[in-house]
Write a protein that binds this ligand. Structure first.
Ligand code: COA
Length: 184
């Protein structure tokens, strides 16, 4: 379980001490607006998810990471950079696929933090975990998230209806395309 670092960020594996950070971030409607049902998470839901995130690391050796600013005096988590096994296969996306995602505290939006973190965990998925492909999903109104997918080399794959009857756009990055993207 190694901590990733980038020019401005520290990305530690999900940790017991991140429970309150998850409760705070997931209770912010600006964060959850385009996630699933769009509702802020109640504390109980966040705590259950926190336990699942720790379990995911134990089972698969990768998972969600906190985003910490290198410039900060403390180690407070200002976002998440997420890799996880898809809960169920996506239509037309061959398994094994790893899902990639990101949240950033709204106080830090617009500084390229999500893109920087996404680039690091994209490379982690292919180099450390031998991923065959990455998948990501976003609701079409969530333009920022779609921009990140394109900026890290992902391509539009399909449009589907999510479990809350919401429109969902699916993006994929195949291993061979990632290598080409890097100039390999
Ligand atoms: C999507 C999100 C992670 C982007 O975080 P960020 O650190 O601001 O992202 P970046 O600075 O790397 O910019 C990525 C895109 O976000 C958008 N963006 C940037 N600043 C923004 C702001 N102040 N307000 C709204 N969107 C903004 C832009 O579209 C940008 O793309 P561009 O640089 O090509 O114009 C952030 O808005 C967020 O946490 N949203 C809530 C959680 C979420 O929806 N996650 C994705 C689920 S699919």
């Amino acid at each position: 379980m190694r901590t990733l670092t980038t020019e401005r960020l520290i990305l530690p594996p999900w940790d017991l001490r991140f429970e309150e950070d998850l409760c705070r971030l997931s209770n912010d409607p600006r964060i959850t607006r385009y996630l699933g049902d769009g509702l802020p998470w109640e504390r109980e839901r966040a705590i259950t998810r926190h336990g699942e995130l720790l379990e995911h690391w134990r089972e698969h050796g990768f998972g969600w990471r906190g985003i910490v600013l290198r410039e900060a005096d403390d180690e407070s988590v200002i976002g998440v950079a997420a890799l996880n096994r898809l809960p169920q296969p996506l239509p037309g996306v061959d398994e094994p696929a790893i899902e990639i995602g990101w949240w950033v505290d709204p106080r830090h939006w617009g500084r390229g933090i999500a893109t920087e973190a996404a680039t690091a965990i994209r490379d982690e998925a292919f180099t450390d975990h031998g991923a065959a492909r990455l998948a990501a999903r976003y609701q079409p109104a969530n333009h920022g998230s779609g921009n990140i997918m394109r900026k890290i080399g992902m391509r539009h794959h399909d449009d589907v209806i999510g479990p809350y009857d919401e429109d969902v756009r699916v993006y994929v990055l195949e291993r061979a395309d990632w290598w080409t993207w890097l100039g390999g």
